[in-house]
Write a protein that binds this ligand. Structure first.
Ligand SMILES: CCC/C=C/C(=O)SCCNC(=O)CCNC(=O)[C@H](O)C(C)(C)COP(=O)([O-])OP(=O)([O-])OC[C@H]1O[C@@H](n2cnc3c(N)ncnc32)[C@H](O)[C@@H]1OP(=O)([O-])[O-]
Length: 300
């Protein structure tokens, strides 16, 4: 799928196919949703599409912390593809249904004590999630209603716009260095595009997790709002972006993102091999185990 992106007309990254069959996946009993609203869900994600506005809301619902497991990433990509192929959908708001956490990033259990084949499969799924979201034709807004470290931060960064809830407990950033691991080049590229090289270099080297005001100051998030205003603000932002002609906005988005996407696609297999070799090292496995221990101790 990703490689075939470049068979599309210039700038149109995801050719729209025929609308997907939504009915099969719908979980809501008829009558509970307004007529202009369609919904589908799986174990990890709930999606509601308001066909009158053309805006879907995707809610992560994988407690305790919406960690990005292989299952989660697969469901995420399937949901995204359904929306991308639905002509009624032009905008997407991504948020969390789990209190206080947007996403805790990649599921560390997927990177500990598994086979090289598993690591390769997992990493391909992480790449796929990023490729699909980064190249989406939809207007994408992250409504960040909780902490969002590492891979969670990447999802937010991959959207067109980020709005975060003001809360002194919430943090966001690429903290991989704190785990003894390294954010791959395309995490780094996405981060640099948002905050600039100098801020990114310091933040990545130190594995910083930024408070909400700090994230706003460095441009990691575009806006900060009280919790009760988040949904309304996200809807207003999507509406503002959708007011422009789709083709002009999409071509501009594609032009702005093409170099980073091309770089990743050209090095995709190499990146998987690098990840597998890196994560399989005894020293890295030890670091991750210690980090998981630390998380558990912090809890008790
Ligand atoms: C090259 C590779 C690039 C890597 C990219 C990444 O994304 S690397 C990822 C980098 N990510 C991070 O560094 C984030 C680490 N996580 C955190 O900082 C916090 O969990 C929090 C701030 C997200 C939420 O705080 P909170 O007080 O609300 O929640 P809590 O802390 O009490 O945790 C509840 C349970 O969830 C568990 N668990 C948590 N995260 C993960 C995970 N990613 N995975 C698996 N499990 C995870 C935790 O162990 C605990 O399990 P238990 O004991 O119930 O069996």
């Amino acid at each position: 799928m990703p490689v075939s992106l470049y068979a599309s007309p210039p700038g149109v990254l995801f050719p729209r196919g025929s609308p997907q069959e939504w009915g099969q996946a719908a979980r809501q009993p008829p009558g509970l949703l307004p007529a202009q609203c369609r919904a589908f869900s799986n174990n990890k994600i709930l999606v509601e599409l308001d066909t009158s506005s053309g805006v879907a809301t995707m809610k992560f619902k994988s407690p305790p912390v919406n960690s990005l497991s292989l299952d989660f990433l697969t469901e995420f990509c399937i949901s995204l593809e359904k929306l991308e192929n639905d002509r009624a959908c032009r905008g997407l708001i991504i948020t969390s249904a789990v209190p206080r956490v947007f996403s805790s990033g990649l599921d560390i259990n997927e990177m500990c004590g598994k086979s090289r084949e598993h690591y390769a499969e997992f990493w391909r799924a992480v790449q796929e999630m990023w490729i699909r979201l980064y190249s989406s034709n939809m207007v994408t807004v992250a409504a960040i209603n909780g902490s969002s470290p590492a891979g969670g931060c990447l999802i937010a960064l991959t959207c067109d716009y980020r709005i975060m809830v003001e809360n002194p407990k919430y943090i966001i950033g690429l903290n991989e260095a704190q785990l003894g691991i390294v954010a791959p080049f395309w995490f780094k590229d996405t981060f640099v595009k948002a905050v600039g090289h100098r801020v990114a270099e310091r933040s990545l080297q130190l594995g910083l997790l930024h408070s909400v005001p700090e994230a706003h100051r460095i441009g990691l998030v575009d806006e900060v709002v009280p919790e009760e205003k988040l949904q309304e603000k996200a809807a207003a932002v999507v509406a503002q972006w959708l007011a422009l002609p789709d083709h002009a906005r999409q071509l501009t988005k594609s032009m702005m993102r093409k170099a980073v996407l091309d770089h990743m696609l050209a090095h995709r297999e190499e990146d998987i091999q690098n990840f597998v070799n890196f994560i399989s090292k005894d020293s890295i496995q030890k670091s991750l185990s210690m980090y998981m221990e630390m998380l558990k101790k912090k809890k008790s």
